[in-house]
Design a protein around this ligand. Structure first.
Ligand SMILES: NC(=O)c1ccc[n+]([C@@H]2O[C@H](COP(=O)([O-])OP(=O)(O)OC[C@H]3O[C@@H](n4cnc5c(N)ncnc54)[C@H](O)[C@@H]3O)[C@@H](O)[C@H]2O)c1
Ligand SMILES: O=C(O)[C@H](O)COP(=O)(O)O
Length: 392
């Protein structure tokens, strides 16, 4: 029985992919094999030695100590693209909220008092304060052309906007998905200087922290709108407040409230609901549940942020060894020597690496005695060895 610890609410549709006869899932459970998480902060958490995988039912992994888990030979899975449409829709809503001053107008209406005729007069007199602007012909700058950025860029084009994109590490897959009408910005500075709306879709890393700072805000077009549905720390909030107060920035729309910004009249701060749709929650949970199962039951890796992709069909009637090892010379030689010395024949084998980590899958003809597994586990550089019984 595999034990799965959930640190956040995970969609039932995903949990249903973990059959109850083989998986016990609970929000409190001792000696978990897997941790399923959304935004709970795992930094500083003691991660038990039994853990074989951490799975993020979402995109961002900045709440997970990925480097430490990599050192321990534990894969961290996420759900690339599974919540991208949900975020894209909220970004579009955010552009309209800002362009038409909808939140301010709504707030104004809620403060109205008095009789119908008087209210009507006040509305007609007051509405000029909320005059906005339209999207066609305006330029949207998208920083980060991954799953979300590409969808936002392509949809903005369909609304009649001009679109600029910046992503020095865009993948071939995303480049194929991106409309050829999206123009390339040469740098973040170039992008912000030429955009009426700037939207951020990069992960939070040391390079992206405070990507939007006072210097960059000073380059933005007067009256521009900044949208941040990526992570709070990507923007220097003090600098944004100063730009808003100076009238340089028209609005800051984000998914990350903080005491400092939430009450500013030109800030629209939503409570991190970018991925909070039924569809996105299901997509993410289903994707990571299936990836976790494949790792535990077949040793295969799909969509890990720190492990190589590894897939090998199961050899009929063969148990499988799943070895996580340092990506150094002669690991395969030592593993196969230990098997050969025990008189075991290898039916199939694969070894894939990524950075400092390698995963080796070995399908072996016949039962593998525990002492052979122990010997392989003791090889210098081997981080873990698991035996998966032959598929039924
Ligand atoms: N508000 C929400 O609820 C919500 C939901 C999903 C994702 N997010 C956030 O959005 C981020 C992006 O999500 P995604 O699914 O598009 O991820 P993704 O991995 O598909 O795309 C991220 C893109 O950013 C690019 N990038 C990285 N560093 C960059 C840099 N310095 N400059 C320009 N581009 C850079 C990468 O090359 C990649 O193409 C996530 O990491 C997460 O923090 C927020
Ligand atoms: O990175 C993500 O996928 C989002 O920030 C969503 O976070 P959530 O799963 O806590 O809604």
């Amino acid at each position: 029985m595999y034990k799965v610890l959930t640190l956040n609410n995970i969609s039932v549709k995903g949990l249903e992919r973990l059959p109850r006869d083989r998986y016990e899932v609970a929000s409190e459970i001792a000696h978990p094999d897997v941790i399923l998480v959304r935004s709970a902060d795992m930094h500083g958490m003691e991660i038990p030695p039994t853990v074989k995988a951490v799975a993020r039912a979402g995109a961002g992994v900045n709440n997970i100590p990925v480097a430490e888990l990599t050192r321990r030979g534990i894969p961290v899975f996420n759900a690339p693209g599974a919540n991208a449409n949900a975020v894209k829709e909220l970004v579009l809503a955010g552009m309209l909220l800002a362009a038409r001053n909808i939140c301010q107008a709504w707030h104004y209406v809620r403060g109205l008092e008095g009789e119908e005729a008087a209210m009507e007069r006040e509305v007609e007199a007051g509405k000029k304060r909320f005059r906005g602007f339209e999207l066609p012909g305006r330029t949207l700058g998208v920083i980060g052309l991954g799953a979300i950025g590409v969808q936002v860029a392509n949809t903005a084009l369909r609304l009649g906007m001009k679109v600029l994109g910046y992503d020095p590490q865009i993948t071939v897959e995303r480049a194929w998905q991106l409309s050829s009408e999206v123009a390339q910005a040469h740098s973040p500075d170039d992008l912000v200087a030429r955009s009426d709306f700037v939207t951020l879709h990069v992960p939070l890393t040391e390079t992206t922290r405070h990507k939007i700072n006072a210097e960059r805000l000073a380059l933005m077009r007067p009256g521009a709108v900044l949208l941040n549905f990526a992570r709070r720390e990507i923007v220097d909030e003090e600098a944004v407040l100063a730009a808003l107060d100076a009238g340089r920035l028209h609005a800051y729309v984000c998914d990350f409230p903080s005491p400092r910004i939430k009450d500013h009249p030109r800030v629209v701060a939503l409570p991190h609901i970018g991925a909070s749709t039924v569809e996105a929650e299901e997509n993410c949970a289903v994707m990571v549940a299936e990836q976790v199962r494949d790792w535990l039951e077949n040793g295969q890796v799909r969509n890990a942020v720190n492990f190589p992709e590894v897939q090998m069909p199961r050899a009929a009637g063969c148990p499988r060894l799943v070895v996580v090892n340092a990506n150094i010379p002669n690991m395969l030689g030592q593993i196969s020597t230990d098997l050969a010395e025990a008189g075991l024949n290898i039916a199939d084998m694969i070894n894939k690496s990524r950075g400092e980590i390698a995963v080796t899958l070995v399908d072996v003809e016949g039962e593998i005695p525990p002492e052979v597994i122990e010997r392989i586990g003791a090889i210098d550089g081997v981080l873990s060895v698991r035996l998966i019984p032959a598929a039924a």
